[in-house]
Design a protein around this ligand. Structure first.
Ligand code: ATP
Length: 235
């Protein structure tokens, strides 16, 4: 098992957002986390990546209890996040942003190999390597945010709404690349409001509503369910 959450409560100060969340991600899978605005997807990814500490519950990564580990230690173990809104360094070039992603000793050693890898996945970044990140299009910035996270050589990559604000054609392109990354050995946890696109590329999905997992199962089965079609696929 790559990632195991058990009975997680989390939130901000006195505000509890997540209630008893349990979730499993197996090695080699794409798992989607679906939910509408404010359901708690970002909060869950923050807890997983160590940006907030849960009130209660346990997070294990590759069998190790990481509940109390700081974020950078989780990155060293192979768990990286592509945050909501991309969080690039806009005044730095594409290349500099990528180099910033390879900040652990292990990642630094593999820098040139990693650059070659991300340029194969996202050829446009190679063409634009000297451009300032802030001047790139939304789609290019999303690709850069993913590529920067890959520079840390994660075994598990968690992505927070990578489709946000992108034209449907670009979403297809980025999601195809996620499948390719999965085929090349990166396990993926994908938080999305775009349920259709996420269900189409994932093996398994969890649906979160007001901080609780309300439905889970193989994506193929969820996509057929009336309640999912009505509430999340607009059918
Ligand atoms: P979105 O798609 O809008 O990002 P989400 O499913 O990711 O939605 P969260 O961002 O996790 O949802 O928000 C869940 C709840 O937590 C919301 O009620 C939100 O207002 C609250 N919340 C999020 N971040 C904070 C914060 N830093 N401080 C206080 N409350 C927060």
């Amino acid at each position: 098992m790559m990632l195991e959450l058990r009975d997680l409560d989390a939130g901000y100060g006195d505000l509890q957002v997540l209630w008893g969340v349990s979730l499993d991600v197996e090695s080699g899978e794409i798992v989607s986390l679906l939910g509408s605005n404010g359901a708690g997807k970002t909060t869950l990814l923050r807890a997983i990546s160590g940006l907030i500490r849960p009130f209660k519950g346990k997070i294990s990564f590759k069998g190790e209890d990481i509940t109390q580990l700081p974020s950078h230690k989780r990155v060293e173990l192979g768990l990286s996040l592509v945050p909501e809104g991309r969080q690039l360094f806009p005044m730095m070039t594409v290349m500099e942003n990528l180099e910033m992603g390879a900040y652990t000793p292990r990642a630094k050693e593999r820098m040139s190999d990693s650059l070659e890898w991300v340029f194969t996945l996202f050829p446009v970044l190679k063409e634009r390597k000297d451009q300032l990140a802030g001047t790139m299009s939304g789609g290019e910035q999303q690709m850069l945010a993913i590529a920067r996270a890959l520079m840390s050589r994660p075994e598990l990559l968690a992505l927070d709404e990578p489709s946000m604000g992108l034209a449907p054609k670009l979403v297809v392109e980025i999601f195809r690349t996620l499948q390719r990354m999965r085929d090349e050995g990166v396990t993926i946890l994908l938080a999305e409001q775009n349920a259709r696109a996420a269900l189409e590329i994932s093996e398994k999905a969890y649906i979160i509503e007001t901080g609780r997992i309300v439905l889970q199962g193989p994506s193929k089965e969820l996509i057929q369910m009336d309640e999912v079609r009505r509430a999340y696929l607009g059918i």
